[in-house]
Design a protein. Structure first.
Length: 154
């Protein structure tokens, strides 16, 4: 559910005077603390092009929320540090494509233009370098979020 037309009109008028506004999802009085948090989070990801941001819309558009995590880029660099060294250039793209293919060796190797055994070797190397077993969802998610934070404008 998005904000009502009058709320959006008033917000746009305030934004026209130089403000940046984050709008929570419609809420009840009992849920005001949650609404405040949503509004603040939405406000943090406003821009000159979009000075009014609705929580409901921003929370469903990818991983922009990662910008709210303190020190996200530093944490991402710490997680991925072994892969950011010279000589490991093919590992990050291989990892990213493999994760995007939800771990499918055939799909990822086809997209990368390499043999699936080459991809398996690269992922094994990555697991060793990161000291993580990427067969589980927790490790994959941690690494995927680190990749996203590394790519974000933080």
């Amino acid at each position: 559910m998005s904000a009502t037309a009058p709320v959006l009109q008033e917000s746009a008028a305030l934004a026209a005077r130089g403000g940046r506004i984050g709008l929570s999802a419609p809420t009840t009085y009992a849920q005001l603390p949650i609404a405040l948090s949503q509004g603040q989070a939405a406000q943090r990801i406003t821009s000159d092009d979009e000075p009014v941001r609705e929580w409901a819309r921003s929370s469903s558009q990818g991983l922009e929320w990662i910008q709210e995590v303190p020190h996200a880029r530093a944490r991402a660099r710490a997680i991925l540090a072994p892969l950011l060294v010279e000589g490991s250039e093919e590992l990050l793209p291989s990892l990213r494509v493999w994760l995007e293919a939800t771990g499918s060796w055939d799909v990822a190797s086809r997209e990368l233009g390499i043999h699936r055994h080459t991809l398996r070797r690269r992922i094994n190397t990555i697991e060793t370098m990161l000291d993580r077993d990427l067969s589980g969802m927790n490790a994959r998610t941690d690494v995927w979020l680190a990749l996203q934070a590394l790519d974000a404008n933080l």
